[in-house]
Design a protein around this ligand. Structure first.
Ligand SMILES: NC(=O)c1ccc[n+]([C@@H]2O[C@H](COP(=O)([O-])OP(=O)(O)OC[C@H]3O[C@@H](n4cnc5c(N)ncnc54)[C@H](OP(=O)(O)O)[C@@H]3O)[C@@H](O)[C@H]2O)c1
Length: 386
Protein backbone atom coordinates (compact mmCIF):
# COMPACT_ATOMS: atom_id res chain seq x y z
CA UNK A 1 0.00 0.00 0.00
CA UNK A 2 1.49 3.29 -1.09
CA UNK A 3 0.39 6.80 -0.19
CA UNK A 4 0.99 9.86 -2.34
CA UNK A 5 3.86 10.77 -0.05
CA UNK A 6 5.48 7.34 -0.30
CA UNK A 7 5.11 7.36 -4.07
CA UNK A 8 6.76 10.74 -4.40
CA UNK A 9 9.54 9.91 -1.99
CA UNK A 10 10.16 6.65 -3.80
CA UNK A 11 10.14 8.48 -7.16
CA UNK A 12 12.66 10.92 -5.74
CA UNK A 13 14.84 8.03 -4.64
CA UNK A 14 14.87 6.55 -8.12
CA UNK A 15 15.94 10.01 -9.29
CA UNK A 16 19.12 9.61 -7.32
CA UNK A 17 20.79 12.40 -5.45
CA UNK A 18 18.23 13.20 -2.77
CA UNK A 19 18.94 11.91 0.73
CA UNK A 20 15.65 10.55 1.96
CA UNK A 21 13.81 9.85 5.16
CA UNK A 22 13.60 6.32 6.55
CA UNK A 23 10.81 4.94 4.33
CA UNK A 24 12.19 6.36 1.10
CA UNK A 25 15.78 5.30 1.80
CA UNK A 26 14.83 1.64 1.45
CA UNK A 27 14.01 2.25 -2.23
CA UNK A 28 16.98 4.45 -3.07
CA UNK A 29 18.79 3.62 -6.30
CA UNK A 30 21.26 5.73 -8.20
CA UNK A 31 20.19 6.93 -11.62
CA UNK A 32 19.78 10.03 -13.74
CA UNK A 33 16.54 11.96 -14.09
CA UNK A 34 15.27 12.16 -17.66
CA UNK A 35 14.93 15.82 -18.56
CA UNK A 36 15.85 17.78 -21.62
CA UNK A 37 19.00 19.86 -21.20
CA UNK A 38 18.29 23.51 -21.92
CA UNK A 39 20.51 26.53 -22.15
CA UNK A 40 19.37 27.52 -18.68
CA UNK A 41 20.38 24.11 -17.31
CA UNK A 42 23.78 24.20 -18.94
CA UNK A 43 24.46 27.62 -17.43
CA UNK A 44 23.12 26.81 -14.00
CA UNK A 45 24.59 28.18 -10.83
CA UNK A 46 24.21 26.69 -7.36
CA UNK A 47 21.63 28.59 -5.36
CA UNK A 48 20.11 28.78 -1.91
CA UNK A 49 16.41 28.18 -2.49
CA UNK A 50 13.52 28.67 -0.07
CA UNK A 51 10.31 26.84 -0.97
CA UNK A 52 7.16 27.97 0.84
CA UNK A 53 5.06 24.79 0.66
CA UNK A 54 7.67 22.09 0.08
CA UNK A 55 5.35 19.15 0.71
CA UNK A 56 1.80 18.69 -0.69
CA UNK A 57 1.45 18.01 -4.42
CA UNK A 58 3.85 20.24 -6.31
CA UNK A 59 6.41 21.04 -3.60
CA UNK A 60 8.14 17.61 -3.52
CA UNK A 61 8.75 17.69 -7.27
CA UNK A 62 10.57 21.01 -6.83
CA UNK A 63 12.55 19.82 -3.83
CA UNK A 64 13.63 16.64 -5.63
CA UNK A 65 14.77 18.47 -8.75
CA UNK A 66 16.51 21.31 -6.89
CA UNK A 67 18.46 18.89 -4.70
CA UNK A 68 19.42 16.79 -7.71
CA UNK A 69 20.85 19.92 -9.29
CA UNK A 70 22.98 20.61 -6.27
CA UNK A 71 21.02 23.46 -4.74
CA UNK A 72 20.74 24.14 -1.02
CA UNK A 73 17.04 23.81 -0.28
CA UNK A 74 14.99 25.02 2.69
CA UNK A 75 11.27 24.31 2.92
CA UNK A 76 8.71 26.15 5.03
CA UNK A 77 5.42 24.47 6.05
CA UNK A 78 3.26 23.95 9.10
CA UNK A 79 4.74 20.45 9.30
CA UNK A 80 1.34 18.79 9.01
CA UNK A 81 1.17 17.13 5.59
CA UNK A 82 4.48 15.30 5.62
CA UNK A 83 6.89 16.25 8.41
CA UNK A 84 10.40 14.95 7.81
CA UNK A 85 9.64 13.96 4.22
CA UNK A 86 13.11 14.91 3.04
CA UNK A 87 16.20 14.07 5.02
CA UNK A 88 18.99 16.53 4.31
CA UNK A 89 16.61 19.35 3.40
CA UNK A 90 16.21 22.08 6.00
CA UNK A 91 12.61 22.31 7.20
CA UNK A 92 11.35 25.48 8.86
CA UNK A 93 7.94 25.54 10.43
CA UNK A 94 5.32 28.23 10.84
CA UNK A 95 1.75 29.03 9.87
CA UNK A 96 1.11 31.60 7.18
CA UNK A 97 -2.61 31.71 8.04
CA UNK A 98 -1.67 33.12 11.45
CA UNK A 99 1.29 35.14 10.10
CA UNK A 100 3.62 32.95 12.14
CA UNK A 101 6.64 33.29 9.89
CA UNK A 102 9.35 34.26 12.39
CA UNK A 103 11.46 31.24 11.43
CA UNK A 104 12.16 33.02 8.12
CA UNK A 105 13.71 36.04 9.85
CA UNK A 106 17.44 36.76 9.77
CA UNK A 107 18.17 34.43 6.85
CA UNK A 108 19.31 34.94 3.25
CA UNK A 109 18.33 33.03 0.08
CA UNK A 110 18.97 33.55 -3.62
CA UNK A 111 15.37 32.82 -4.48
CA UNK A 112 12.02 32.08 -2.87
CA UNK A 113 9.32 29.96 -4.52
CA UNK A 114 5.89 30.53 -3.04
CA UNK A 115 3.62 27.51 -3.62
CA UNK A 116 1.39 27.64 -0.60
CA UNK A 117 -0.58 30.90 -0.97
CA UNK A 118 -3.78 29.70 -2.59
CA UNK A 119 -6.57 30.40 -0.14
CA UNK A 120 -8.91 33.39 0.05
CA UNK A 121 -6.37 35.17 2.26
CA UNK A 122 -3.49 34.56 -0.19
CA UNK A 123 -2.94 38.32 -0.64
CA UNK A 124 -2.24 38.64 3.11
CA UNK A 125 0.07 35.63 3.08
CA UNK A 126 2.09 37.06 0.20
CA UNK A 127 2.15 40.62 1.59
CA UNK A 128 3.57 39.25 4.87
CA UNK A 129 6.09 36.79 3.45
CA UNK A 130 7.27 38.92 0.51
CA UNK A 131 7.46 41.96 2.80
CA UNK A 132 9.61 40.02 5.26
CA UNK A 133 11.84 38.53 2.55
CA UNK A 134 12.28 41.41 0.10
CA UNK A 135 15.77 42.24 1.39
CA UNK A 136 16.59 38.60 2.16
CA UNK A 137 16.20 37.16 -1.34
CA UNK A 138 17.06 38.29 -4.87
CA UNK A 139 13.94 36.79 -6.39
CA UNK A 140 10.36 35.87 -5.47
CA UNK A 141 8.67 33.31 -7.70
CA UNK A 142 4.95 33.11 -7.08
CA UNK A 143 2.99 30.10 -8.31
CA UNK A 144 -0.24 31.71 -9.45
CA UNK A 145 -2.93 30.26 -11.72
CA UNK A 146 -4.64 30.56 -15.11
CA UNK A 147 -7.78 31.45 -13.10
CA UNK A 148 -6.56 35.05 -12.63
CA UNK A 149 -7.93 36.17 -16.01
CA UNK A 150 -11.22 38.03 -16.42
CA UNK A 151 -11.25 37.81 -20.20
CA UNK A 152 -9.56 35.23 -22.41
CA UNK A 153 -11.42 36.05 -25.60
CA UNK A 154 -8.24 36.81 -27.57
CA UNK A 155 -6.79 33.91 -29.58
CA UNK A 156 -3.98 33.22 -29.12
CA UNK A 157 -4.17 34.17 -25.46
CA UNK A 158 -1.25 35.65 -23.55
CA UNK A 159 -0.24 36.67 -20.04
CA UNK A 160 -1.28 40.20 -20.96
CA UNK A 161 -5.00 39.34 -21.06
CA UNK A 162 -7.13 41.33 -18.56
CA UNK A 163 -7.03 40.16 -14.94
CA UNK A 164 -9.71 39.82 -12.31
CA UNK A 165 -9.92 42.72 -9.93
CA UNK A 166 -12.33 43.85 -7.23
CA UNK A 167 -14.51 45.63 -9.78
CA UNK A 168 -14.87 42.96 -12.46
CA UNK A 169 -15.07 39.72 -10.45
CA UNK A 170 -18.47 38.11 -11.08
CA UNK A 171 -20.70 37.37 -8.09
CA UNK A 172 -18.34 38.90 -5.54
CA UNK A 173 -18.97 41.86 -3.21
CA UNK A 174 -16.59 43.78 -0.95
CA UNK A 175 -16.50 42.10 2.47
CA UNK A 176 -16.91 38.58 1.12
CA UNK A 177 -13.94 36.15 1.03
CA UNK A 178 -11.99 36.46 -2.20
CA UNK A 179 -12.78 33.76 -4.75
CA UNK A 180 -9.74 31.76 -5.89
CA UNK A 181 -8.90 33.67 -9.09
CA UNK A 182 -9.26 37.10 -7.50
CA UNK A 183 -7.23 36.03 -4.44
CA UNK A 184 -4.40 34.86 -6.68
CA UNK A 185 -4.52 38.02 -8.84
CA UNK A 186 -4.31 40.21 -5.72
CA UNK A 187 -1.54 38.01 -4.33
CA UNK A 188 0.46 38.50 -7.55
CA UNK A 189 0.18 42.25 -7.01
CA UNK A 190 1.47 41.87 -3.44
CA UNK A 191 4.51 39.93 -4.65
CA UNK A 192 5.26 42.64 -7.19
CA UNK A 193 4.72 45.40 -4.60
CA UNK A 194 7.49 43.91 -2.46
CA UNK A 195 9.92 42.56 -5.06
CA UNK A 196 9.26 44.88 -8.02
CA UNK A 197 11.12 43.78 -11.14
CA UNK A 198 12.71 40.88 -9.20
CA UNK A 199 9.35 39.07 -9.22
CA UNK A 200 8.56 35.99 -11.28
CA UNK A 201 4.94 34.97 -11.71
CA UNK A 202 4.07 31.54 -13.15
CA UNK A 203 0.40 30.92 -13.96
CA UNK A 204 -0.25 27.18 -14.32
CA UNK A 205 -3.35 25.70 -15.82
CA UNK A 206 -4.44 22.31 -14.53
CA UNK A 207 -1.36 20.69 -12.98
CA UNK A 208 -1.37 16.97 -13.70
CA UNK A 209 0.69 13.86 -13.17
CA UNK A 210 2.08 11.79 -10.31
CA UNK A 211 0.99 12.97 -6.88
CA UNK A 212 -2.17 14.74 -8.05
CA UNK A 213 -4.90 13.58 -5.72
CA UNK A 214 -7.65 15.71 -7.28
CA UNK A 215 -8.00 13.01 -10.00
CA UNK A 216 -9.08 15.51 -12.66
CA UNK A 217 -6.54 14.38 -15.25
CA UNK A 218 -6.27 10.92 -13.70
CA UNK A 219 -9.89 10.23 -14.64
CA UNK A 220 -8.94 9.94 -18.30
CA UNK A 221 -6.02 7.44 -18.16
CA UNK A 222 -7.96 5.33 -15.65
CA UNK A 223 -11.15 5.42 -17.70
CA UNK A 224 -9.34 4.65 -20.95
CA UNK A 225 -7.37 1.83 -19.35
CA UNK A 226 -10.69 0.23 -18.33
CA UNK A 227 -11.64 0.07 -22.03
CA UNK A 228 -15.10 -0.49 -23.55
CA UNK A 229 -17.16 2.29 -25.05
CA UNK A 230 -15.83 5.63 -23.87
CA UNK A 231 -17.85 8.83 -23.80
CA UNK A 232 -15.64 11.53 -25.31
CA UNK A 233 -16.86 15.09 -24.82
CA UNK A 234 -17.46 17.87 -27.30
CA UNK A 235 -15.80 18.64 -30.60
CA UNK A 236 -12.81 16.32 -31.11
CA UNK A 237 -10.88 18.77 -33.27
CA UNK A 238 -11.87 22.26 -32.13
CA UNK A 239 -12.09 21.86 -28.35
CA UNK A 240 -8.55 22.36 -27.08
CA UNK A 241 -6.56 21.27 -24.04
CA UNK A 242 -3.56 22.91 -22.35
CA UNK A 243 -2.47 21.43 -19.03
CA UNK A 244 0.97 20.97 -17.48
CA UNK A 245 2.81 17.96 -16.14
CA UNK A 246 3.73 18.75 -12.53
CA UNK A 247 7.33 17.76 -13.22
CA UNK A 248 7.63 20.17 -16.16
CA UNK A 249 6.20 22.99 -14.06
CA UNK A 250 8.38 22.32 -11.03
CA UNK A 251 11.62 21.74 -12.89
CA UNK A 252 11.13 24.89 -14.96
CA UNK A 253 10.36 26.92 -11.82
CA UNK A 254 13.68 25.85 -10.31
CA UNK A 255 15.49 26.72 -13.55
CA UNK A 256 13.83 30.15 -13.62
CA UNK A 257 15.45 30.74 -10.23
CA UNK A 258 18.83 29.41 -11.34
CA UNK A 259 18.76 31.75 -14.33
CA UNK A 260 17.27 34.71 -12.38
CA UNK A 261 14.51 34.99 -14.95
CA UNK A 262 11.94 37.59 -13.94
CA UNK A 263 8.56 38.40 -15.46
CA UNK A 264 5.15 36.80 -15.85
CA UNK A 265 4.67 33.48 -17.62
CA UNK A 266 1.99 30.89 -18.31
CA UNK A 267 2.52 27.37 -17.01
CA UNK A 268 0.60 25.30 -19.56
CA UNK A 269 1.51 23.16 -22.52
CA UNK A 270 2.45 21.82 -24.92
CA UNK A 271 3.57 24.58 -27.30
CA UNK A 272 0.60 24.42 -29.66
CA UNK A 273 -1.85 22.79 -27.27
CA UNK A 274 -3.80 19.70 -28.23
CA UNK A 275 -7.25 18.96 -29.55
CA UNK A 276 -9.47 16.77 -27.36
CA UNK A 277 -8.95 13.99 -29.91
CA UNK A 278 -5.17 14.26 -29.70
CA UNK A 279 -5.45 14.34 -25.91
CA UNK A 280 -7.65 11.26 -25.52
CA UNK A 281 -6.11 9.19 -28.30
CA UNK A 282 -2.65 10.10 -26.99
CA UNK A 283 -3.53 8.72 -23.56
CA UNK A 284 -4.98 5.59 -25.20
CA UNK A 285 -1.56 4.93 -26.72
CA UNK A 286 -0.24 3.84 -23.30
CA UNK A 287 -3.12 1.44 -22.61
CA UNK A 288 -4.08 -1.82 -24.25
CA UNK A 289 -7.72 -2.59 -23.35
CA UNK A 290 -10.09 -2.90 -26.33
CA UNK A 291 -12.08 0.31 -26.61
CA UNK A 292 -14.23 2.47 -28.83
CA UNK A 293 -15.03 6.17 -28.73
CA UNK A 294 -18.39 7.89 -28.87
CA UNK A 295 -18.10 11.66 -29.24
CA UNK A 296 -21.09 13.46 -27.80
CA UNK A 297 -21.67 17.16 -28.50
CA UNK A 298 -21.57 19.65 -25.68
CA UNK A 299 -25.26 20.68 -25.94
CA UNK A 300 -26.38 17.10 -25.31
CA UNK A 301 -23.89 16.69 -22.47
CA UNK A 302 -25.19 19.90 -20.85
CA UNK A 303 -28.74 18.51 -20.94
CA UNK A 304 -27.51 15.39 -19.14
CA UNK A 305 -25.50 17.12 -16.42
CA UNK A 306 -22.13 16.17 -17.90
CA UNK A 307 -20.31 19.37 -17.08
CA UNK A 308 -16.94 20.61 -18.31
CA UNK A 309 -14.25 20.29 -15.62
CA UNK A 310 -16.69 18.27 -13.48
CA UNK A 311 -18.09 15.00 -14.83
CA UNK A 312 -15.93 15.57 -17.92
CA UNK A 313 -12.69 16.82 -16.34
CA UNK A 314 -9.93 18.65 -18.26
CA UNK A 315 -12.42 19.38 -21.08
CA UNK A 316 -13.44 23.03 -21.33
CA UNK A 317 -15.12 23.91 -24.63
CA UNK A 318 -14.66 27.53 -25.74
CA UNK A 319 -17.33 29.80 -24.26
CA UNK A 320 -17.75 33.53 -24.97
CA UNK A 321 -14.94 35.40 -23.23
CA UNK A 322 -12.84 32.26 -22.80
CA UNK A 323 -12.05 31.24 -26.38
CA UNK A 324 -8.32 31.47 -25.56
CA UNK A 325 -8.50 29.36 -22.37
CA UNK A 326 -6.49 26.53 -23.96
CA UNK A 327 -4.89 28.51 -26.77
CA UNK A 328 -1.99 30.32 -25.13
CA UNK A 329 0.96 31.39 -27.23
CA UNK A 330 3.87 29.92 -25.27
CA UNK A 331 6.80 31.21 -27.29
CA UNK A 332 8.03 33.41 -24.41
CA UNK A 333 7.80 30.51 -22.00
CA UNK A 334 9.73 28.19 -24.28
CA UNK A 335 12.37 30.89 -24.80
CA UNK A 336 12.61 31.07 -20.99
CA UNK A 337 13.28 27.33 -20.75
CA UNK A 338 9.87 25.66 -20.39
CA UNK A 339 10.01 22.10 -21.74
CA UNK A 340 7.27 19.53 -22.17
CA UNK A 341 7.29 15.84 -21.38
CA UNK A 342 5.36 13.64 -23.75
CA UNK A 343 1.71 12.99 -23.02
CA UNK A 344 2.62 9.28 -22.97
CA UNK A 345 5.05 9.93 -20.11
CA UNK A 346 2.45 11.93 -18.17
CA UNK A 347 -0.25 9.31 -18.70
CA UNK A 348 2.02 6.39 -17.78
CA UNK A 349 3.38 8.10 -14.68
CA UNK A 350 -0.15 9.01 -13.59
CA UNK A 351 -1.31 5.41 -13.98
CA UNK A 352 1.70 4.18 -12.01
CA UNK A 353 0.90 6.67 -9.25
CA UNK A 354 -2.77 5.71 -9.29
CA UNK A 355 -2.19 1.95 -9.12
CA UNK A 356 0.28 2.36 -6.25
CA UNK A 357 -2.34 4.09 -4.09
CA UNK A 358 -4.29 2.31 -1.35
CA UNK A 359 -7.58 0.91 -2.70
CA UNK A 360 -9.67 3.58 -0.97
CA UNK A 361 -7.79 6.34 -2.80
CA UNK A 362 -8.30 4.60 -6.13
CA UNK A 363 -11.97 5.58 -5.98
CA UNK A 364 -11.69 8.65 -8.19
CA UNK A 365 -12.78 12.02 -6.82
CA UNK A 366 -13.36 13.53 -10.26
CA UNK A 367 -15.19 12.56 -13.42
CA UNK A 368 -18.35 10.71 -14.31
CA UNK A 369 -19.25 7.49 -12.52
CA UNK A 370 -19.41 4.43 -14.77
CA UNK A 371 -23.20 4.16 -14.53
CA UNK A 372 -23.67 7.84 -15.33
CA UNK A 373 -21.46 7.56 -18.38
CA UNK A 374 -23.36 4.45 -19.54
CA UNK A 375 -26.73 6.19 -19.08
CA UNK A 376 -25.66 9.18 -21.18
CA UNK A 377 -24.27 6.93 -23.90
CA UNK A 378 -27.55 5.03 -23.98
CA UNK A 379 -29.57 8.26 -24.17
CA UNK A 380 -27.33 9.58 -26.94
CA UNK A 381 -27.86 6.44 -29.02
CA UNK A 382 -31.62 6.49 -28.47
CA UNK A 383 -31.72 10.11 -29.61
CA UNK A 384 -29.53 9.37 -32.62
CA UNK A 385 -31.89 6.52 -33.59
CA UNK A 386 -34.64 9.14 -33.55
N1 LIG B 1 -3.49 21.80 -8.67
C1 LIG B 1 -3.66 22.56 -9.74
O1 LIG B 1 -4.15 22.10 -10.79
C2 LIG B 1 -3.24 24.00 -9.70
C3 LIG B 1 -3.46 24.79 -10.83
C4 LIG B 1 -2.98 26.11 -10.84
C5 LIG B 1 -2.29 26.60 -9.73
N2 LIG B 1 -2.12 25.81 -8.63
C6 LIG B 1 -1.36 26.35 -7.49
O2 LIG B 1 -0.35 25.42 -7.13
C7 LIG B 1 0.06 25.68 -5.77
C8 LIG B 1 0.41 24.42 -5.00
O3 LIG B 1 -0.68 23.56 -4.92
P1 LIG B 1 -0.55 22.13 -4.19
O4 LIG B 1 -1.65 21.32 -4.80
O5 LIG B 1 0.83 21.61 -4.24
O6 LIG B 1 -0.91 22.48 -2.69
P2 LIG B 1 -0.99 21.48 -1.46
O7 LIG B 1 -0.86 20.08 -1.93
O8 LIG B 1 -2.22 21.86 -0.70
O9 LIG B 1 0.30 21.86 -0.59
C9 LIG B 1 0.33 22.99 0.20
C10 LIG B 1 1.70 23.16 0.86
O10 LIG B 1 1.68 24.34 1.68
C11 LIG B 1 1.89 23.99 3.05
N3 LIG B 1 0.94 24.80 3.83
C12 LIG B 1 -0.41 24.69 3.81
N4 LIG B 1 -0.96 25.58 4.67
C13 LIG B 1 0.08 26.27 5.21
C14 LIG B 1 0.14 27.32 6.17
N5 LIG B 1 -0.96 27.84 6.75
N6 LIG B 1 1.36 27.81 6.52
C15 LIG B 1 2.49 27.29 5.97
N7 LIG B 1 2.48 26.29 5.04
C16 LIG B 1 1.28 25.78 4.68
C17 LIG B 1 1.62 22.50 3.13
O11 LIG B 1 2.36 21.87 4.16
P3 LIG B 1 1.73 21.70 5.67
O12 LIG B 1 0.39 21.05 5.49
O13 LIG B 1 2.71 20.84 6.40
O14 LIG B 1 1.64 23.06 6.20
C18 LIG B 1 2.11 22.03 1.76
O15 LIG B 1 3.53 21.94 1.79
C19 LIG B 1 -1.05 26.53 -5.18
O16 LIG B 1 -0.57 27.86 -5.05
C20 LIG B 1 -2.17 26.50 -6.22
O17 LIG B 1 -2.91 27.73 -6.23
C21 LIG B 1 -2.58 24.53 -8.59
Amino acid sequence: MTTRRDFLVSSAAVGGALALGARGAAHAQPGPVATFPTTAQQQRRKIKLLILGGTGFIGPHMVRYAVERGHEVTIFNRGRSAPGMFKGVEELTGDRAANQIDSLKGRRWDAVIDNSASRADAPDWVRNSAGLLKDASDQYLFISTRSVFSDLSMVPASVNAPLLNKQNTPNWKEGQPYPYGLAKALAEAEAKAAFGNRTTIVRPGLIVGPGDDTDRFTYWPVRIERGGEILAPGDPNNDRVQVIDVRDLCEWSVRLCEAKTYGTFMGVGPLNGRSMAEFLYGIAAVTSAPLSWTWVPREFLAQHNMRPYQEMPVWRPPTPGFEGFARFDLSREVAAGLTFRTLADTASATLAFHHARPAAQQVLKAGAKAEQEAAVLKAWKERARG
